[in-house]
Structures are given as structure tokens and as C-alpha cells.
Design a protein around this ligand. Structure first.
Ligand code: MGD
Ligand code: SF4
Length: 720
């Protein structure tokens, strides 16, 4: 009860990339209530249904209270000492026998920044491997590669504040109504505040987000590359470009280094006239022309937003490049309300993984493993001899789990993620998790991953520990500890520090508190494009959007723009300073279909995603009665025309079969998101064997970002 709380402690919601500030009400050592933080600029006191029910995840019957180790095939209780000794002896043995690349860490966009920062340091500088990965590979890697290839550095130039300044919203590959509810409410508010505001939603499934659309574009899955090229074609053909912006701030390219002239780019677009692509895309040419005009209207401000529908694709990087193209061609970027904006799935995919160096090819503060200068800079900061850091990027996510299957990866530590349920093509990868020596740091047990583990380590949950999250708008925000963890559960950072000591890396990891970790991490940020606020300031404040070069700097609303970005000097205007020539790239990227398109044998597209009530693998939300009752079991959404043709009615049990597996779901005709004919949709929150939809999915991935294609594969549908 909110009135009864003895104290209110400041934190951040742990359920989505929006990053709403929360105040947790504590009574008798327990979190009894949560309310939105009125001083947090993200939500100004609002929370969605998942956020408000957060206290109910804290003390569920399946909270893991003691370490577990596998003995005679069964997981049994053990002491911390026993469990950690086992972990360390197995890691040491493997490193000695098979080398440092025989071990790996798989983390998460839900860890605190200090946890990933410390773990990646141990693995790279201590063990000597870049096998440091995380689930943001499955959600954000294409957005990262899109920003890096187009602007030379990761993360958006705009912030959520652009929502209140934009007139046109281009939402593509995002169901923010369910996946980023509070952010979506800001878009609704903006629309309600001004009849001039127009919303374009492009999505093969007519989602709740599309309910507020003025233009709804149900394109054929994976054909959005052609759609965006066609919009670029119209923008040029109808003279809607900003020629001065193009001349001053951009260049044209084809591959990673092939330069193009503007005329060559225009020639490339000749294959993408709206009339040529309308059949392939499934969108009438006249509609493409209309939305392109709306997007480019010089009297309007345009904000594009996208998420997994764009990123989880075999051409996710290109999709990202193409939306950036539209903003660069029109100069609609780096001014209030004009911005491309990639939505982030997890609460700290940016803060805890993209920024701390939590993927196998990156290092802290937007550095790259393959860059010798970057490695040397870190070696100096960390006080290790030059040449210590390995130069070969480690396994990306699917490679890492494949290496577990082939036996090349002997030991794997999984933290704050549940890949036994969330990876694609699970029948292939789960046996690898069983085969390797698997350590799982978890708050609950059993999960579909912990059931496969050799050691399960009990972790303190959200607000049972102190730390920092960084949301999708570059906002770094501090979470205070509100209550003690139950049983023997402890903060993951304590476990990581313990591991470092037992491995003999005390010198590398001299930290005792998250604040000490942060102080060192700030040294890595010095002189880069992403300096952040001090711990003291973070503790006292309500989140700061970086860069924040020193404790007197205000937060930064718009990157690369004079008057906002502290790294852009007076008179420089807009400067994409993370690229050597200060120019952003407009790319010629052709339409390429998803790897597995429907055919005579597997005639349907299958796509997957989230629903409002649940979070990912539902280990947390599945135990909250209100959320569980609202959506107790996942189902398959089918378009009414398809259902009629196949004789399927609401509630019928339906087989979904791909080349990899079959699952069974109850049918919902149209559902809360109406799939276009030929498409079926399933949310991936169900752990039951028959409904483990990720067994059905393909494990193709983008060649640039290595992000798996969760959004498109081919299936058969039949009544069970
Ligand atoms: P989560 O349920 O978020 O799923 O998938 P996962 O990351 O695998 O797992 C987080 C786990 O961490 C939970 O089991 C929770 O109990 C535990 N946990 C919570 N707090 C803590 C803590 O403080 N410490 C520790 N040690 N553990 C904690 C997400 C992944 O799924 C992602 S990011 C994406 S974007 C993909 N999306 C996707 C999709 O769109 N469709 C399909 N079909 N599959 C997908 N899989 C991917
Ligand atoms: Fe939490 Fe996201 Fe809901 Fe905000 S919108 S309360 S961050 S789940």
C-alpha cells in the first residue's frame, strides 16, 4: 500500500528500454509498492502495468535462495564456497588444457553496468579471451551496426524529448504500444495535443500501435528495404531533399568502403520506383508516395522509431541504414523533433552492454576489439602490459552456443538471461548447454536454462542491490538498494568479484563496491564520445543523457549539434564527429528477402515478439497473478481469411511446423494484433515444451551484426 510505505527508494523499472524512473515503497524490509518517479524525465510519474506490479516478483515461491550444484545428475543445494570452488576449478582446468577461448560469458541487457564492465575485464584482461557476449546481440546488434556504419559511433543522436517536438512519426518494426507502453503514451499525448500530428505505422501485423496510425502500411515481411528505398526515390524525384544538408554533411557508399556519387545513388534507386515495388511490398504506389511526402515535408518535423522488427533480421543492418538515409536525404536530423531513433528492448542494453563492452567485438566506451589503438588505451588504463588484450573478436551469440554443441566451448557462464528458452532453433542449441560446463546466475529456479546447468548461483534481484542502468535514449540512471536479498542470494557483482579473487585476478579487480567500479569505468570514458555523470551525481539525480563531460555539464539532448553537444564547437553547426571526415553515410542497400521465405511446402510466414503483460521468458511476470491471469498461455494469431480457408476457429488447437520443429497453440483469429493474410504470430513468453516457439525458429543471422532473424521464417499451419 502506497500510504503505508516507511520509505521510498529511487530506482528504474527493469522491464523495458523505456527506462521509467520508479520509487519503491519499503515497509518492514520488503518492497510493498512502486510508483512512477515524478522527477524522472522519461515517465514523469507514469508506469505501465508491468512496472506497477514489480513488487510481486520479489518473493515468489521459485526464488532461488541457495547455490545448487549438479551431483549424480541432480541439482542439489551447496554452499557458496563449494559452488565457487567448482566453477573456478572447471574454468582453470579448461583454460589450462584447451586455452582461454574454451570458456565464455553470456550476459544481458538487464545486468547492471558495473557487473558487465567487471566481467568483461576479467575475461579479456585476466583470462585472455574476447568470448564475452550477451543477449543484446539478439535485440540490438543491428541497430549498433547501423549507427556505427552510418555515423561512426553507436547510439542515437536524439532523445525521447523529440517526441514532444515531432509532427510526423514513422514507426516501423516497433509495437511500442505493448513493448514500450509509457513511451507510446507520450506519442498518444503528442497526437492528442495537436491535430496536425500524423503517424505512419509500417508492420505486417496490425498491432495495437497501428490503432493510432493515420497511415498503416502492412508490407510483406522482410520487404521493408524496398519500401524505404522507394520512399528515398520519391523524396529525390519530387525534389523533397535538403541539398545543402546532403552537400555539407553526407557522402554516398555502397559496401563498407565503396564510395558512390550522388548520381550513382540516384541510378541505384531507379529499381525502386513505387510502381516497381508495390507488388513485391504489398503497398500501393500512391500510398508510398504519400507517406514519403509526409516524411519529407519541410514544414514538419519527423521522428522515426524502430525496434526488433527491423533489427532481428538477416538484413537488419541494412534496414537501419535505410531509415537513416531518409533522415539524411531530407536533413531531418539533429534538430528538435527531427531524428531517427532506435528503440531499445531491454532496460540496460545500451548502458550495460553496448557502452561497457559487453559484446565479443567491442570494448568499453565505444571501442573495438579489432582496433589496436583502442586495445592499447585500455591496457594503459587497466595497468596491464601492452599486448595483453586479445585482438581476435570472440564468438558472437549463435557461434558461442554452437561451440557448446561442437564441444569447443568447455565452460559457459550465463548471467541474467535465459537462452535455453530465448535462442532460436532450440532443439539444436539446448543439447550444447547440457554438454558444456554451464554456470547460471539466476534469481529463480528452475528456468529453461538453469535446468540444464551444472552450477546455479542465486542472485539478488532488482533493487536488492545497487547499480546503474542506461536506457535507450542515452540516459544513465542509478538504482539504489532498497531491501536485502532473500536467503543466500547475493548481488552478481559480489559473485563476479569473488570469482576474480579465486581466479587470482585481485589486482585487476580491486573493487569492493559498484561505485568503485564506476570510478574506473569513467576513466575508460574520458576522451571518448560518451562521458557520463559521476556516481555522486547519479545517486542524487534522476538520470542524465550523456555526454556529460564533467559534473558541471548539463545532460545532452541532441548529439552532433551545436548548442546541445558539448563536443561540437561554436560555428560548427552539425558535425558527425565520430566519422573521420565528419560526414554521415547514405548507403545504397538493395532489397534482399529473409533467408527463409514461404514456399509450397511451408506456405506461411511466422513472426514472434512480445505482449504487454509479459517480459521475455516470463520467469518474472509468469508468477505475478494479475499478469498471469491476463495472459496465462501463449496462442497463435491467424488472419480471418486464412482461418476460414483452413477451417480453424477461435480456440482450436493448431500445429505450427517448420523445417526444425512443431509446436501446438490455441488459435486466435486476428488476435490483439491482426496478422496480414499469409502471416501467423506467436509471443515467445511460454516455457511449456509444446509451446516453446523458439524450437520452430530459424537461426539465420545478419552477416554484419550477427543478430539472429527472429522475425521471419516459413511454417505450415494445420488443425491439431
Ligand atoms: P529473460 O526472461 O529476460 O529472457 O531473452 P532472455 O534474456 O533469455 O531472462 C532474464 C533472466 O534473468 C530471467 O530468467 C530472470 O529471472 C533473470 N534475472 C532477473 N534479474 C536478475 C539478476 O539481477 N541477476 C541474475 N543473475 N538474473 C536475473 C531475451 C532475448 O530473447 C532478447 S533480449 C531478445 S530481443 C530476443 N527476442 C526474441 C523475439 O523477439 N522473439 C523470439 N521468438 N525470441 C526472442 N528471443 C530473444
Ligand atoms: Fe517499465 Fe517499460 Fe512499463 Fe516503463 S514502459 S513501467 S520501463 S515496462
Amino acid at each position: 500500500d502506497q500510504k503505508d510505505a516507511e520509505k521510498w527508494v529511487k530506482g528504474v523499472c527493469r522491464y523495458c528500454g523505456t527506462g521509467c524512473g520508479v520509487l519503491a515503497g519499503v515497509t518492514g524490509g520488503k518492497i510493498v509498492a512502486v510508483k512512477g518517479d515524478p522527477d524522472c524525465a522519461v515517465n514523469k510519474g507514469r508506469l505501465c502495468v508491468k512496472g506497477i506490479l514489480l513488487p510481486k516478483i520479489m518473493n515468489t515461491p521459485d526464488r532461488l535462495l541457495h547455490p545448487l550444484i549438479r551431483k549424480d545428475g541432480k541439482l542439489v543445494e551447496a554452499s557458496w564456497d563449494e559452488a565457487m570452488n567448482l566453477v573456478v576449478s572447471k574454468f582453470k582446468e579448461s583454460i589450462e588444457k584447451y586455452g582461454p577461448d574454451s570458456v565464455g560469458f553470456y550476459g544481458s541487457g538487464q545486468t547492471y553496468a558495473e557487473e558487465t564492465y567487471t566481467m568483461q575485464k576479467i575475461f579479456r584482461a585476466g583470462i585472455g579471451t574476447n568470448n564475452v557476449e550477451g543477449n543484446p546481440r539478439t535485440c540490438m546488434a543491428s541497430a549498433v551496426a547501423g549507427f556505427v556504419t552510418t555515423y561512426g559511433a553507436d547510439e542515437p543522436m536524439g532523445t525521447y524529448a523529440d517526441i514532444e517536438a515531432a509532427d510526423t512519426f514513422f514507426l516501423i518494426g516497433s509495437n511500442s504500444a505493448e513493448a514500450h507502453p509509457v513511451l507510446f503514451s507520450r506519442i498518444i499525448d503528442r497526437k492528442n495535443s495537436d491535430p496536425n500530428v500524423k503517424i505512419i505505422v509500417a508492420d505486417p501485423r496490425k498491432t495495437r500501435t497501428a490503432d493510432i496510425a493515420d497511415y498503416y502500411l502492412p508490407f510483406i515481411p522482410s520487404r521493408d528495404l524496398a519500401l524505404m528505398n522507394a520512399m528515398a526515390y520519391v523524396i529525390i524525384e519530387e525534389g523533397l531533399t535538403n541539398e545543402k544538408f546532403i552537400a555539407d554533411h553526407t557522402e554516398f557508399m555502397k559496401g563498407a568502403s565503396d564510395k558512390l556519387t550522388y548520381d550513382e545513388y540516384k541510378a541505384f534507386l531507379q529499381d525502386y520506383t513505387p510502381e516497381k515495388v508495390e507488388t513485391a511490398c504489398g503497398i500501393p504506389a500512391a500510398t508510398i508516395r504519400e507517406v514519403a511526402r509526409l516524411f519529407a515535408d519541410p514544414n514538419r518535423k519527423t521522428m522515426s522509431m524502430w525496434c526488433m522488427g527491423f533489427n532481428q533480421r538477416t538484413r537488419g543492418v541494412w534496414a537501419n541504414n535505410l531509415v537513416h538515409n531518409l533522415h539524411l536525404l531530407t536533413g531531418k536530423i539533429c534538430t528538435p523533433g527531427n531524428t531517427p531513433f532506435s528503440l531499445t528492448g531491454q532496460p540496460s542494453a545500451c548502458g550495460s552492454v553496448r557502452e561497457t563492452g559487453g559484446l565479443s567485438h567491442i570494448l568499453p566506451a565505444h571501442r573495438f576489439v579489432a582496433n589496436e589503438k583502442h586495445r592499447n588505451e585500455l591496457e594503459e588504463i587497466w595497468g596491464v602490459p601492452k599486448g595483453t588484450l586479445p585482438s581476435k573478436p570472440g564468438y558472437h551469440t549463435l557461434e558461442m552456443f554452437k561451440a557448446a554443441v561442437t564441444g569447443d566451448l568447455k565452460c559457459l557462464w550465463v548471467m541474467t538471461t535465459n537462452p535455453g528458452q530465448s535462442l532460436p532453433n532450440l532443439n539444436y542449441y539446448r543439447p550444447g548447454m547440457e554438454k558444456t560446463f554451464l554456470v547460471v546466475s539466476e534469481t529463480y529456479h528452475p528456468t529453461r536454462t538453469s535446468e540444464l546447468a551444472d552450477v546455479v548461483l542465486p542472485a539478488a534481484l532488482w533493487m536488492e542491490k545497487e547499480g546503474v542502468y542506461g536506457n535507450g535514449e542515452r540516459r544513465t540512471n542509478h538504482i539504489a538498494k532498497a531491501v536485502d536479498p532473500p536467503g543466500e542470494a547475493r548481488p552478481d557483482l559480489d559473485t563476479i568479484i569473488d570469482f576474480a579473487k579465486r581466479m587470482g585476478f585481485e589486482k585487476l579487480v580491486p573493487f569492493k563496491t559498484p561505485e568503485e567500479v564506476w570510478a574506473e569505468y569513467q576513466k575508460c570514458q574520458a576522451g571518448t564520445d560518451m562521458q557520463m555523470a559521476s556516481y555522486k551525481r547519479l545517486r542524487e539525480g534522476h538520470g542524465f543523457t550523456w555526454p556529460v563531460p564533467d559534473d558541471n555539464s548539463p545532460e545532452t539532448y541532441i548529439r552532433y549539434a551545436e548548442g546541445y553537444d558539448p563536443y561540437v564547437k561554436k560555428g560548427e553547426g552539425i558535425k558527425f564527429y565520430c566519422r573521420k571526415n565528419n560526414r554521415a553515410v547514405i548507403y545504397a542497400r538493395p532489397q534482399i528477402d529473409a533467408q527463409e521465405m514461404p514456399d509450397a511446402e511451408y506456405p506461411f510466414f511466422l513472426t514472434t515478439g512480445r505482449m504487454l503483460e509479459h517480459w521475455h521468458t516470463a520467469t518474472m511476470t509468469g508468477n505475478v497473478p494479475e499478469l498471469k491471469n491476463a495472459a496465462p498461455e501463449m496462442y497463435v494469431e491467424i488472419n480471418e481469411e486464412d482461418a476460414k480457408r483452413l477451417g480453424i476457429s477461435d480456440g482450436d488447437l493448431v500445429n505450427i511446423t517448420s523445417r526444425r520443429a512443431t509446436c501446438k497453440f490455441k488459435a486466435k483469429i486476428n488476435g490483439r494484433g491482426k496478422p496480414m493474410p499469409g502471416l501467423v504470430y506467436v509471443s515467445f513468453h511460454d516455457k511449456e515444451e509444446d509451446r516453446l516457439i523458439n524450437k520452430v525458429l530459424l537461426d539465420a543471422f545478419d552477416p554484419g551484426s550477427k543478430q539472429p532473424e527472429y522475425k521471419v521464417c516459413a511454417v505450415q499451419i494445420s488443425k491439431a
